[in-house]
Design a protein around this ligand. Structure first.
Ligand SMILES: Nc1nc2c(c(=O)[nH]1)N[C@H]1C(S)=C(S)[C@@H](COP(=O)(O)O)O[C@H]1N2
Ligand SMILES: [Mo]
Length: 343
């Protein structure tokens, strides 16, 4: 498919911005950016080989690929596998479990240390400028996906509210509503099971002394939040977000382990002090605040040097993990920082 044809199927305002960015950054876009309802299946599994990482075969014509040529994960797989602790502790269960979410009407309050606090609904956010961004997403559980998001750089939202000089950190809060989100209910089977197992059974459940504190909360340093890669996503594969993938609005920070990419965001607050985050409270030895993807810094249960790329294949290919998930352009934000200590 030629570039002209591509621009016809992808609205220009969506297509242009990231492409311009890639040009500036010196990346070559290897494949089509066709918006389709469903990802094509990649055809062959690639066995593990050490860095530099191999480029996976793009598969059938018209398949979406990320900026390094890796094919997108099929939509069915993106919907069928993930993490959503408000609903379930099971990776496979998110799609079914999250259907009880009511994602409309919805508001995202943006306030705190800003001159112009505002409330946005998802359409307000879209009007600020929706783009397609095909990003790799790397979970700390050593699996990864390539996801064609729709969304806008968070930068645009933050600029609109005008942070004051005191604002240093950005805190993100997800929905708290145990009626809709059974995992938040202390009487839920998942919660009870977790307590009975001494907190050992699932990701992060370290001890009953460090229970989950709802709502799910995340945070970024202001410069990270303002980085062009940082996205507030409102859709994927050309459609509004599905409940299981964080409808109607979620954060996407592609160079960090994906627990930073908080779903179902209702509030974004500019603050002066670094906030406590959900996972760094529950499992501080494993899920640190910074969470930059780093193959050289193992975590207690996962070595982090490799990842399973979810493509809906059997078996799924195993790949080398890259520093900052391959997004080397973020490195300057961490100059002088010990990435081993500040993990
Ligand atoms: N609100 C909320 N956001 C969340 C989570 C969660 O449990 N609740 N899980 C995180 C984790 S651990 C991962 S790996 C990603 C998974 O996103 P996906 O299910 O869309 O693949 O969402 C992140 N965002
Ligand atoms: Mo994760």
């Amino acid at each position: 498919m030629s570039q002209d044809e591509r621009e016809q199927v992808t609205p220009e305002h969506i297509f242009l911005s990231r492409r311009e960015f890639l040009k500036r950054a010196g990346f070559l876009l290897a494949g089509g950016l066709v918006l389709s309802a469903c990802g094509g299946e990649a055809t062959s599994a690639v066995p593990f080989s050490p860095t530099p990482r191999p480029t996976l075969p793009p598969g059938a014509g018209g398949q979406l690929v990320d900026e390094f040529g890796d094919p997108a994960t099929p939509l069915t797989k993106i919907r069928a596998w993930g993490n959503y602790y408000e609903f379930t502790r099971s990776n496979e269960g998110i799609r079914e479990a999250a259907q009880s979410l009511r994602a409309f009407p919805w508001e995202v309050r943006v306030d705190g240390l800003v001159r112009n606090p505002r409330t946005f609904d998802p359409d307000d956010l879209r009007r600020l400028g929706e783009e397609e961004r095909i990003y790799r997403m790397r979970c700390m559980q050593a699996w990864s996906m390539v996801i064609p998001w729709l969304g806008l750089p968070l930068q645009k939202v933050l600029s609109a509210v005008e942070p004051t000089a005191e604002a240093r950190w950005v805190r993100f809060e997800a929905l708290y509503d145990p009626q809709q989100m059974p995992g938040q209910d202390k009487n839920s089977p998942g919660y009870t099971q977790w307590l009975e197992s001494g907190g050992q059974r699932d990701m992060g459940g370290r001890s009953a002394d460090a229970p989950y504190i709802w709502p799910y909360q995340e945070a970024l340093r202001l410069d990270e939040a303002m980085h062009d890669l940082t996205l507030l996503a409102t859709g994927l594969y050309g459609q509004p977000l599905y409940p299981e993938n964080g409808a109607p609005v979620r954060l996407v920070v592609p160079w960090k382990y994906s627990f930073k990419s908080i779903k179902a965001v209702v509030r974004i607050e500019l603050v002066a002090e670094r906030p406590v985050t959900f996972w760094s409270h529950v499992a501080p030895e494993e899920m640190g605040f910074w969470a930059n993807v780093n193959p050289d810094v193992p975590t207690p249960r996962w070595k982090q040097g490799r990842e399973m790329r979810m493509l809906g294949q059997d078996p799924e290919p195993i790949m080398s993990t890259l520093l900052f998930n391959g997004y080397a352009e973020v490195a300057s934000m961490y100059a002088g920082m010990d990435l081993r200590k500040d993990f």
